[in-house]
Design a protein. Structure first.
Length: 593
């Protein structure tokens, strides 16, 4: 009651204001709590990234892989470098690409061209110095380009100071004693030594190499000059954490984790692998030296480090795992640990299932076989596999790029594929690739796909002004006089211009979610629909051997307008019941609904 005896309207007394105030404060607090909780859940399941109001950057962009040796040489020594990359950053804006991934540029004796790191926190002089790297980050940021770097935790170079300390460690009291995986092996009746088991390296025979200083064998999943670190040792984990923080502090936006399935081997080193477990990259037979469950705890640990950076500035950090030869269950576990495992199965499509439309449909279904919150990704080339033109023929390159850029999820493009570059034909030349050398098989050589980027039709295709040659020469078979950035820029229907248009188109909301509709089956032409309500697109790609007609009305749409084609025509109305596609032709139709 008020002083005058009248009823005070609700809440005009001091006491009441107090209650309302408390209610408001409580309400705001509750909203804040719920928001934080939702944000928390989202970052656990989705890694959508701290405060970003929309999808994180890595869900929206194409990732473009740069092999630094081969992209652009700035100092004329015939090997690409960081200054070279800086001078070409404009190209990514031009391409509509928002993120680059740099293969290793760290100090290295280059036995595996940088995947043998001797110092994780230095730039190899061949590529420049730390100021160059800082400038690269600064320049990339100013152009809105995210930078992902390669992170090679499984092994170091045998020239790493850590390895030296480990070989010379006297006993267990030395923190470096167990930094690598040492085993004294067995002594034969004649006094000679043998490795403890039959484990094989990816690149050559036994995975064990005798070290005369330590008087023990060390394990190496790859070259004998790439000893594996021992992830059962907390010191190793701590040192590697520091490496991650070092690069995160420098402002990198993500890491591509090299060779992660090899991070652990079983602890009991006297158990042999099953018969049939082989050397080589692509096998899945390894029971004891690949895909061990301990991996995921370590990935989570690294994710947690990245999360602290996300939390500090609200921008996602991307963790991309190089997962060659993993079973489906492991793939799920990489997601659960907060990384995105590369889905590589489109790369071997030709050899595995003939690269027919049915084959691609199967692979894509598999790639999309994910659960809520797991973001898809597709990749069609890299520095370990033949270029698309060499695997699939020149005729299919544009359709392959069209497929890559219209599939759901994050696509990764290997440099030069946007031009339809062919790999260099180095037959007759002594291979540079250590894999070809140690396996004594030129067929294993990865030199071809590492050929220099073709910028124009001048000396060394504009890659370098060296007059004494480039680390891998530009070969006549690449037709670099015609297949290069400068020529293709000025050609309306070039691979390059198609790529740019695709990259622009995929920025539409219609291509930015994980929705895709397929028919039950396909015959010679791969077809699928992408889009959102009111803005849908049919993509049709002929990977067959001849021209084919198709009827795609069974997808429920009858008409549409051509928006992009591997041929130059567009804007014409298309009758979806009768589409004729040439071999290697692909198109995208905006559907009438
Ligand atoms: C995978 C890399 O992609 C490959 O190029 C390298 O040789 C091995 N890891 C060893 O580091
Ligand atoms: Mg290992």
């Amino acid at each position: 009651m008020g002083k005058d005896g009248k009823e005070t309207p609700f809440c005009q007394s001091n006491k009441c204001s107090c209650v309302v105030f408390l209610l408001i404060v409580g309400g705001v607090a509750a909203v804040v709590c719920v928001t934080l909780l939702v944000k928390d859940l989202r970052s656990i399941y989705d890694h959508d990234g701290g405060g970003e109001s929309e999808a994180p950057w890595w869900k929206k962009t194409i990732i473009y892989q740069i092999y630094p040796r081969s992209f652009q040489d700035s100092d004329g020594d015939g090997v690409g470098d960081l200054q070279g990359i800086i001078s070409r950053l404009w190209y990514f804006n031009y391409l509509n690409v928002g993120a680059i991934w740099l293969s290793p540029f760290f100090t290295s004796p280059m036995k595996d061209f940088g995947y043998d790191v001797s110092n994780y926190t230095e730039v190899d002089p061949l590529f420049g110095d730390m100021d160059d790297f800082d400038n690269l980050i600064k320049e990339a940021k100013s152009k809105g380009i995210k930078v992902i770097i390669d992170f090679v935790p499984n092994h170091t170079s045998n020239e790493s100071s850590w390895f030296d300390l480990s070989r010379h460690a006297a006993d267990e009291s030395d923190p470096y004693w167990n930094f690598y995986i040492w085993n004294e092996g067995t002594t034969n009746p004649d006094g000679s030594r043998s490795p403890p088991d039959n484990w094989k390296s990816v690149f050559e025979g036994s995975a064990w190499e005798w070290d005369d200083v330590r008087k023990a064998y060390y394990y190496h999943a790859f070259l004998s000059s790439q000893p594996d670190l021992n992830y059962r040792n907390e010191h190793v984990l701590e040192k590697i954490d520091e490496v991650i923080r070092f690069w995160m502090d420098k402002g990198v936006d993500g890491l591509r984790i090299d060779a992660i399935p090899h991070l652990f081997e079983i602890a009991n080193q006297s158990i042999d692998e099953p018969a049939g477990a082989s050397n080589g990259f692509d096998e899945n037979l390894h029971k004891y030296i690949k895909n061990q469950p301990e991996i995921f705890k370590v990935v989570k640990r690294w994710r947690a480090i990245l999360d602290t950076y996300e939390a500090a500035d609200g921008t996602s950090r991307f963790l991309l795992a190089e997962t060659v030869g993993i079973p489906h269950e492991a793939r799920m576990n990489y997601y659960k640990a907060g990384s995105v495992p590369f889905f590589f199965n489109l790369i071997p499509a030709k050899e595995k299932c003939g690269a027919t439309a049915t084959c691609f449909l199967e692979i894509i279904r598999d790639g999309m076989n994910l659960t809520e919150g797991q973001w898809p990704n597709f990749v069609i080339g890299n520095h370990d596999n033949k270029r698309i033109a060499d695997r699939m023929g020149d005729v299919n390159v544009d359709a392959m790029n069209m497929m890559l850029l219209t599939l759901p999820g994050t696509p990764t493009t290997y440099y030069g594929e946007e031009l339809g570059m062919r790999g260099g034909d180095y037959t007759g030349m002594t291979p540079k690739d250590p894999y070809a050398i140690t396996s004594n098989n030129a067929e294993n050589s990865r030199d071809s796909e590492r050929n220099p980027m073709q910028w124009n039709d001048t000396l060394n295709a504009g890659f370098s002004n060296s007059t004494t040659g480039t680390w891998l020469p530009i070969q006549p078979n690449t037709d670099y006089m015609h297949i290069n950035v400068e020529v293709e820029r000025n050609l309306d229907n070039s691979s390059l211009n198609l790529y740019r248009k695709l990259a622009e188109l995929r920025q539409k909301e219609a291509f930015q979610n994980a929705n895709i509709e397929f028919p039950e089956s396909v015959s010679d032409v791969l077809v699928y629909v992408r889009g959102v309500e009111g803005d849908r697109y049919a993509v049709a790609l002929n990977f067959g051997e001849a021209k084919h007609g198709i009827d795609i009305t069974k997808l429920g749409y009858t008409k549409g307008t051509l928006v992009l084609s591997t041929k130059s025509e567009k804007d014409k109305t298309i009758d979806l019941s009768n589409i004729q596609l040439d071999k290697g032709e692909g198109f995208i139709v905006h559907l009438d609904e």
